[in-house]
Design a protein. Sequence first.
Lengths: 254, 247
Amino acid sequence: MIEVKNVEKSFGDTKVLKGISTVFETGKTNLIIGQSGSGKTVLLKSLLGIHHPEVGTIEFDGRVYSNLDKDEKRDLRTEIGMVFQGSALFDSMTVEENVAFPLRMFTKENRAAIKERVDFVLKRVNLIDAHKKLPSEISGGMQKRVAIARAIVNRPKYLFCDEPNSGLDPNTSILIDNLIKEITEEYDITTVINTHDMNSVMEIGDNIVFLKNGLKAWQGTKEEIFKTDNQAVVDFVYSSNLFKKVREAYLKGY
Amino acid sequence: MLVRYLSQIGRYFLMLKEIFNKQTKWSVMKRLIFKEIDDLIIDSLGIVCFISFFIGGVVAIQTALNLTNPLIPKYLIGFATRQSVILEFAPTFISVIMAGKMGSYITSSIGTMRVTEQIDALEVMGVNSLNYLVFPKIIALLLYPFVIGISMFLGIFGGWMASAYGGFSTSQDFIQGAQMDFIPFHITYAFIKTFIFAILLATIPSFHGYYMKGGALEVGKASTVSFVWTSVTIILFNYILTQVLLG
């Protein structure tokens, strides 16, 4: 569980996060949504320790990040898996080397054990025959799956995803969403996803945090988002006709 | 402006300190070092050999063409070539060229990693990205004096070829000049310079790549800025070291 308490973060004179408090629960897919500039990425990067909030605390299962020393922070980071928007695979490494990287860096496992684990997670993300390919030789959807495999290979407690569906076709998006949800439940990890994708919100949003102008404007589940009368959420989520109609149909009980 | 430069210099020294913190596992680092030796040292040998051989030849020809007084002995061609090549051409001139070749490679490769969030990925995993990316380059460039040694040999050899086969002096005269009044400390001086330049070649382009901001266009700009600053620093250190060691 990750607990965010009254977090504030500014860049120069601009206050981007204005006292956000929320809880991201274990075993659930927690989504951060909001318009561009609402502070989603800054909140995610604050959770990752890339940005340091001036006010407030972030607790990882009771461990207050800002109270940890440098080594403890690095140790905590080994418990984190991250799927970047652009996958961020290492260009010079093959798919299997990318996935094996966290194991080679942080474990004492031998080559055979590492290979076994890499084969297992690649199979888990439905990538069977891409082991020897370079990231540049595979599609965007496959790169995302490699990124997920790399993020989970070291059995993380926390999984962060920054817009995992960006640049993917609808079918691949659904596959990636389902994969993340399955992995979250299977390994009982705390997953936080930063997304713009309303399909993801409707499909996998166990806990949705809606940000507006650096403030938490709403929090709820995917079922509650259909029923909410919070105008900011309605304007954002149901801005397209398709989702408006989906909501109307849901409220009419179809 | 001055404050900005000073803050950049301060940031550079903080980067140097961070490079040696939290070392990457040796089994991983070993592979990175071998890769950097291949990319930075072995891949540079061809261009260094080519430039050294021909510039050595040109130095010999230019010297010969300027020795118009018949009273000046022809063996001075060998002497002048040796001195030019060992003292300045091989350590300094080649290093400025390498600031372009190695430097732009280092800046663009690290800069691209920054743009594509690969450095963020390393940091999020708990890897000391500066140690992972820059330390192997520093170790690989400890072999840089070996490259400069080859450059010295080929520069003098090129001078001898141009001189003897171009009809500017006899082979014996050139060799006599090349051995005349040899001061071993000049080799030490040249290699001390080379060692310092190697550290600059590894760290300044890394600094510009690591701390760059923006997209693909900025990677190109960072490579150019890195080349300018690496060259300026090499020339500046060349002056300081010459004053301190030979002055």
